[in-house]
Ligand binder design. Structure first.
Ligand code: UT7
Length: 330
C-alpha cells in the first residue's frame, strides 16, 4: 500500500506503420502462418522503419499520453523509460526523450527489466510520487526488438514486434489508483532469455558479430513454463495484498507474449476471456511496451471506467515478473 493514492491519469501508444504478417515470414524462414497462429496466437506484428529508434516511438507514445492527461511536457518531473533496446548504450533513452519533450525539470533514467519493465517502472514512479518527491511522472515502455532479432532463427523471429506505450502518473483521490504491487526476480534464469554480446562481458567485436551473439537467445519452452507460473502466482499475491479476489477483477491485462500462455494462466486463475485484454494477434510480443499498449487500447476502446479494478501482470528477461492492481482513476 502506497502512503498516498497515486494513479494513471493518461495513456498513449507509438506504433510503427509497417505490418509484417505471418505470410511475409513464410518467405523469410521455414515456418507457416498455421504454426505461428496455433502456437502463439500471433497473426502480424509492427516493424519500425529504418530511420526510427526506440526514442522516436517512445516520444510518440509520450506526447499522446501527456495530451490525454492534459499535461504539458515542462510539468513532468520524472521520466522512466523501460527498455532493453535503448537508442545507445548510453546516455539513457529517457534523457533523449526529456530533451524532446521540453521536460526541463525532469529527472530521467532507463530501467531494464525485459518484458516486466513497464510494471517495474510504474511501481518505481508510483513510489517516488507517494513519497511526495514529485507530483507528475511519465512512464514509457519501449522496445525495438526487431533490431536484436535474428531473422534467420525461426524459433524467435516470428514472436516479436516493435512498439512503445506511455502512462502519466499523478496523485489521485482515494480509493482510486494503485492498490498493491508485486515485483520479483530470479537471476538464476538469466540465460533463459538474453543477448550474449555487446556489454562489458563480451564487447562488440568482429568475432561476436560473426558468431551472431548480438541477437536474442531464448529457451522458449522453459520461459513458457516460468511465464504461466509467474502470471498465476503474481496475480494471486497482488490481489491478496489488495484484499481482493479474482472475481473482483474487471479487466486483466497480461504481458502479450503468447496467447497459449495467457489462456493457461487464465484457466488456472479461473478468469473468463471477456475480462482479459488480448492483442498479441496484432502486435506480437513488444517486450516492455506490451502491457502499456494493451492498457492504452483498453482505455481508448472504452473498456475501463472510473473505479474499475484492473490487474496488470508481466514477466520476462531476468528472469523478472511483476503485477499491479489499480482502481481506475478516470
Ligand atoms: O516476453 C517473454 C518472452 N518469451 C516468451 O514468452 C516465449 C515463451 N515460449 C513460447 O511462447 C513458446 O515456447 C514458443 C512459441 C517459443 C515455442 O512454442 P513451443 O510449443 O514451446 O514449441 P517448441 O519450441 O517446443 O518447438 C516445437 C517444434 C520444434 O520442432 P521439432 O523439434 O518438434 O521437430 C521446433 O523446431 O516446432 C518447431 N518450430 C517451428 N516450426 C515452424 C519452432 N519454431 C517454429 C516456427 N515455425 N517458427
Amino acid at each position: 500500500m502506497l502512503k498516498k493514492a497515486i494513479g494513471i491519469v493518461g495513456t498513449g501508444s507509438g506504433i510503427p506503420e509497417q505490418v509484417l504478417t505471418n505470410f511475409d515470414l513464410e518467405k523469410m524462414v521455414e515456418t507457416s502462418d498455421e504454426w505461428i497462429r496455433t502456437r502463439t496466437g500471433i497473426r502480424e506484428r509492427r516493424i519500425a522503419a529504418p530511420h526510427q529508434a526506440t526514442s522516436d516511438l517512445a516520444y510518440e507514445a509520450a506526447v499522446k499520453a501527456l495530451e490525454s492527461a492534459g499535461i504539458a511536457g515542462d510539468e513532468v518531473e520524472l521520466i522512466i523509460v523501460a527498455t532493453i533496446t535503448p537508442d545507445m548504450i548510453f546516455p539513457a533513452t529517457a534523457c533523449l526523450l526529456q530533451d524532446r519533450l521540453g521536460a526541463k525539470r525532469a529527472a530521467a533514467f532507463d530501467l531494464s527489466a525485459g518484458c516486466s519493465g513497464f510494471i517495474y517502472s510504474l511501481e518505481t514512479a508510483a513510489n517516488f510520487l507517494a513519497a511526495g518527491k514529485y507530483q507528475t511522472a511519465l512512464v514509457i515502455g519501449a522496445d525495438l526488438l526487431s533490431r536484436i532479432t535474428n531473422w534467420r532463427d525461426r524459433s524467435t523471429c516470428v514472436l516479436f514486434g516493435d512498439g512503445a506505450a506511455a502512462a502519466v502518473l499523478r496523485p489521485v483521490e482515494e480509493p482510486l489508483g494503485f492498490l498493491s504491487s508485486v515485483l520479483g526476480a530470479d537471476g538464476s534464469g538469466a540465460e533463459k532469455l538474453y543477448l550474449p554480446a555487446g556489454g562489458s562481458r563480451k564487447p562488440a567485436r568482429r568475432e561476436t558479430v560473426e558468431a551472431e551473439e548480438h541477437y536474442i537467445r531464448m529457451c522458449g519452452p522453459d520461459v513458457f513454463k516460468f511465464a504461466v507460473r509467474a502470471i498465476e502466482e503474481a496475480t494471486l499475491e497482488v490481489l491478496r495484498k489488495a484484499d481482493l479476489g479474482v472475481e473482483d477483477v474487471d479487466l486483466f491485462i497480461p504481458h502479450q507474449a503468447n496467447v497459449r500462455i495467457i489462456d493457461a494462466a487464465a484457466e488456472r486463475l479461473g478468469l473468463d476471456r471477456e475480462r482479459i485484454l488480448v492483442n498479441v494477434d496484432r502486435y506480437g510480443n513488444t517486450s516492455a511496451a506490451s502491457v502499456g499498449l494493451a492498457l492504452d487500447e483498453a482505455v481508448r476502446a472504452g473498456r475501463l471506467k472510473k473505479g474499475d479494478v484492473v490487474v496488470l501482470v508481466g514477466f520476462g528477461a531476468g528472469l523478472t515478473w511483476g503485477a499491479s492492481v489499480l482502481r481506475w482513476a478516470y
